[in-house]
Design a protein around this ligand. Structure first.
Ligand SMILES: Cc1cc2nc3c(=O)[nH]c(=O)nc-3n(C[C@H](O)[C@H](O)[C@H](O)COP(=O)(O)OP(=O)(O)OC[C@H]3O[C@@H](n4cnc5c(N)ncnc54)[C@H](O)[C@@H]3O)c2cc1C
Length: 495
């Protein structure tokens, strides 16, 4: 490999690409090296089932991309990326054709919740009003206290609590089910600390920015970043797994969009023993088993509003979902799992041939599981949408073990690249003031195993790149991401 890049980024997930975009915007010559055949990591779209069905391979719903300070500065709209918003942000179907239904309006959502209307409004209105302040605080390195705002004060008071504790204020199955569904995104038992924080963050963003899909598929986000890097004279090369840092060409800065486990392998004995031990103690969460369906028509949800929902959480009552997630945490495969579903076609019909639909679904399973959950996922959809199975033209399943085999960042199939516990909120991946810096000079971690953690927001990459710019290249001012970047003309570190 030729050694003419100022910086090398290993891994082209949203964080690797955000790091590369940030470095390129500062005028550096950047090279991204990706092991998979296509760039994007958890942000790709492929015809997984039949020709003409465009499935989001991993991420599909993008509240955190829309709210992300990185993507806001990168100006996705100017780069041709359009978000498509479903009429119903998310729904929680229940037996008998009932459902909890969340729309962009807090008042409308509350009005559908019967005796929980006032409780929903009281909890969510202040958070929705200050949704961007909350997003800015959460999507940070979490090393400095954020500026006070009323929304943040509410969020700080409730966020560290468990979903079980916060959901006690609701009485209806609809409101409690809605809370359980969003809390389940933590992949933790619902009585664990912090599960309320994720539920309140995602719940407030439903009202503040929505949970859109990307028109044409999540890969458009990846394309926009790859194009910006190329326009600046950088390179994204695929199909090249990096096995050791020693194999990389000499460069001033190396940013690693990899798991702590992979970093241990890549660096080997070069890392001090204490740091190695700390990385080895990093805990991974349960896995995910994902099924993509090609359907001959829309899913026949019994609940009318659910037919317009971009995202659905299946599994029934709060208690049923809590039981399913607790089983997963105990290493069991629930018979009635909590299933997350995205029907992108309600907002972006071009995802499938006319009248047909591409459906995305996954459930949580124990770490490393090779169990195929397709039948259990289908049974859960069929429970709330009788006749669903008759629509299935083709399906494509990836077990948790398959997830890890296709992307080493998903250790044991953990799509968050690290359990989202309170400890690992603060020490992600290890307890350090600057979590992106490693003991190796010029080597930085930038994957979602660093703050602010999982989802497509690019902030781990951006914050790691800003550290590298400061420490290696003496660039203190964050570069302007919104303008077309100038191609790097002179390889070599900036003065
Ligand atoms: C099934 C599933 C559903 C999800 N749904 C959502 C969602 O709806 N919304 C959302 O916001 N997020 C979602 N996520 C999470 C989101 O995709 C991740 O949090 C995000 O992609 C993390 O970005 P990253 O850049 O840190 O890592 P990744 O996206 O995992 O990218 C890491 C990249 O590095 C490459 N790599 C690793 N090691 C090496 C090596 N040694 N050499 C070369 N290349 C290497 C990998 O091949 C990969 O391309 C989902 C994830 C999955 C799997």
């Amino acid at each position: 490999m030729a050694g003419d890049a100022d910086a090398i980024v290993v891994g082209s997930g949203p964080n690797g690409l955000a790091a590369a975009v940030t470095l390129a915007a500062a005028g550096l010559c950047v090279r991204v090296i990706e092991g998979a055949a296509t760039p994007g990591g958890g942000c790709r779209t492929e015809e997984l089932t039949l020709p003409g069905f465009r499935h989001d391979v991993c991420s599909a719903a993008h509240p955190l991309a829309v709210a992300s300070p990185f993507f806001r500065r990168f100006d996705l709209a100017a780069r041709g990326v359009r978000f498509a918003h479903p009429q119903v942000v998310y729904a929680h179907p229940l037996d008998g054709g009932r459902a909890g239904v969340v729309t962009r309006s807090v008042a409308d959502t509350a009005a559908r919740l019967g005796e929980d209307a006032a409780a929903y409004r009281r909890l969510m209105q202040p958070l929705a009003d200050g949704g961007m302040e909350i997003a800015d605080a959460v999507l940070s390195s979490m090393r400095r206290p954020p500026r006070y705002s009323p929304a943040l004060a509410v969020y700080a008071r409730l966020g560290l609590r468990s979903a079980v504790a916060v959901a006690r204020r609701f009485r209806t199955e609809e409101a409690r089910g809605l809370f359980a569904g969003v809390a389940a995104h933590t992949v933790l038992p619902l009585d664990a600390s912090l599960t309320a924080g994720v539920a309140l963050l995602l719940g407030s963003l439903a009202h503040t920015v929505g949970w859109p899909v990307v028109e044409g598929g999540s890969a458009r986000l990846t394309d926009a970043m790859v194009e910006a890097i190329a326009a600046a004279g950088g390179q994204v090369e695929t199909g090249h797994w990096v096995r050791s840092l020693a194999d990389l060409p000499p460069t001033a800065a190396t940013l690693l969009d990899v798991s702590p486990r992979t970093f241990l392998t890549l660096a080997g004995e070069a890392l001090p023993a204490r740091y190695r031990d700390a990385l080895a103690r990093f805990r991974y969460g349960p896995g995910a088993c994902k099924v993509d369906f090609a359907l001959s028509g829309p899913v026949p949800w019994r609940n009318e509003a659910a037919r317009q929902a971009g995202t659905l959480h299946l599994g029934g009552s709060f208690e049923e979902i809590a039981a399913a997630e607790a089983q997963v945490a105990r290493g069991q495969h629930p018979d009635s799992p909590c299933v997350l579903v995205v029907q992108a076609g309600v907002a972006d019909p071009a995802r499938a041939p006319q009248g047909q639909h591409a459906l995305w679904a996954y459930c949580h399973v124990p770490s490393g599981s090779a169990v195929d959950m397709t039948a259990r996922i289908e049974a859960q959809i069929e429970r709330f949408a009788p006749g669903f199975r008759d629509l299935v033209l083709a399906r494509s399943t990836r077990t948790a073990a398959d997830e890890e085999a296709s992307n080493p960042n998903y250790v044991g199939g953990d799509i968050a690249c690290g359990a989202q516990t309170v400890r690992q909120l603060l020490a992600r991946p290890v307890a350090r003031w600057n979590p992106y810096r490693t003991p190796l000079r010029g080597v930085y971690l930038c994957s979602s195993a660093t703050p602010p953690g999982p989802a497509v927001h690019g902030r781990c990459g951006e914050l790691a790149a800003l550290t590298a710019l400061r420490e290696v290249f003496g660039v203190r001012q964050p570069p302007d991401l919104g303008r077309p970047f100038m191609p790097a003309t002179t390889p070599g570190p900036l003065p």
